[in-house]
Design a protein around this ligand. Structure first.
Ligand code: NI
Ligand code: MN
Length: 227
């Protein structure tokens, strides 16, 4: 399984000949190396409905005929825009032909902001994503504050790679994310959701160095790791 990071919360997983994109916020994201008009995806996994996560999902899904897997309300909203969806919800897992997906809780908001009409469309609860394939387990926490059930994730799963937000202000900052990393006990912990906007500026290297056992891995947009 190949994992790559593409700025903000975008993670790409390549497994079994399929390309899976998590939270493809490309246009408006100055940190990404991806191009929304050419990026390939068989599947798009979404953690929640905020614009900096839904991003270019509709365009990418239509161009690639990709399946969009998202919390129920968000999947319904995107389905109305003409994309193929598979709705799920927190605590539920489903075995797909590209791997198994389970949604976890996340403490955050979830709504899509339609700027032009100044409307906010509520899109249910936000989630984190557990992804299982090739005997490996990947956790993408989505946007969340620290919560003590992260200990349970550490107890229940042998997580090979965990993507945790460190930007602060909207999500965990580096100190809380370091506590999360300890509880989750992942082999590799990759910081995400920082330096996209001034309010979430952080030093990912000092975060990674603060983690015990050398588990912190800073990935620059475009960097890949093999699990
Ligand atoms: Ni958010
Ligand atoms: Mn966000």
């Amino acid at each position: 399984m190949k994992l790559s990071y593409h700025g903000h919360s975008i993670v790409k997983i390549e497994t079994g000949g399929k390309t899976i994109l998590i939270d493809p916020f490309i246009n408006g994201n100055e940190t990404t190396d991806l191009d929304a008009d050419s990026v390939k995806a068989d599947v798009i996994l979404l953690t929640h409905g905020h614009n900096d996560h839904v991003g270019d999902t509709v365009e990418i899904a239509k161009r690639n005929d990709a399946l969009v897997v998202a919390p129920f309300e968000l999947a319904t909203y995107l389905g109305w825009q003409g994309v193929n969806t598979h709705p799920m919800h927190i605590g539920g897992a489903h075995e797909f032909d590209f791997g198994k997906v389970k949604l976890t809780q996340a403490f955050h908001g979830s709504a899509y902001t339609e700027e032009e009409s100044q409307r906010i469309v509520y899109t249910g609860m936000p989630a984190g994503i557990l992804f299982f394939a090739e005997g490996k387990t990947v956790y993408h926490a989505g946007d969340t504050g620290l919560f003590s059930d992260m200990k349970l994730l550490g107890e229940m799963y042998n997580i090979d790679a965990a993507f945790l937000p460190i930007g602060d202000n909207f999500t965990m900052g580096p100190e809380d994310a370091a506590v999360a990393a300890k509880w989750i006990g992942a082999e590799k912990v990759i910081p995400v959701h920082y330096n996209t906007f001034p309010v979430i500026e952080q030093n990912p290297d000092s975060f990674a160095e603060s983690l015990s056992g050398g588990s912190g891995v800073v990935m620059k947009p475009g960097d890949e790791i093999e699990l």
